[in-house]
Design a protein around this ligand. Sequence first.
Ligand SMILES: [Cu+2]
Length: 135
Amino acid sequence: MPFPGARSRSPRAVLLAVVLVTMLAGCSGGGGGGSSSPSPSPSPSPPASAGGAARVTIDNFTFTPAALTVAPGTEVTVVNKDSVAHTLTAATGKVFDTGTIGPGKTATFRAPGKAGAYPYVCTIHPFMKGTLTVR
Ligand SMILES: [Cu+2]
């Protein structure tokens, strides 16, 4: 710094700029205190809804859609529109099972955390079939 007197405004300007930038960064980035979202992305949607609504409807002894793809661990809602009880049960290992869903009732189950294709049936009516794909 050969001429501290002549350039006395520069350091202050730089300091001001630094303070301003720091404040701006703090405001826009922090949002007041690192709450829940680990990502600065404005999207509030969890991966659960990545494939649309995770929902299976049972109507006229049929799972609709017959093939559903969800993210690992997605909570899937099952709506029984029939006038008889049904279940939605994984065909192998019972890795998920809604239990009996009465007529007009709704149940939920959680998709497996491991990717793969999981065929399922209604244990009351084994001819009712569907497949849950996790990926
Ligand atoms: Cu059934």
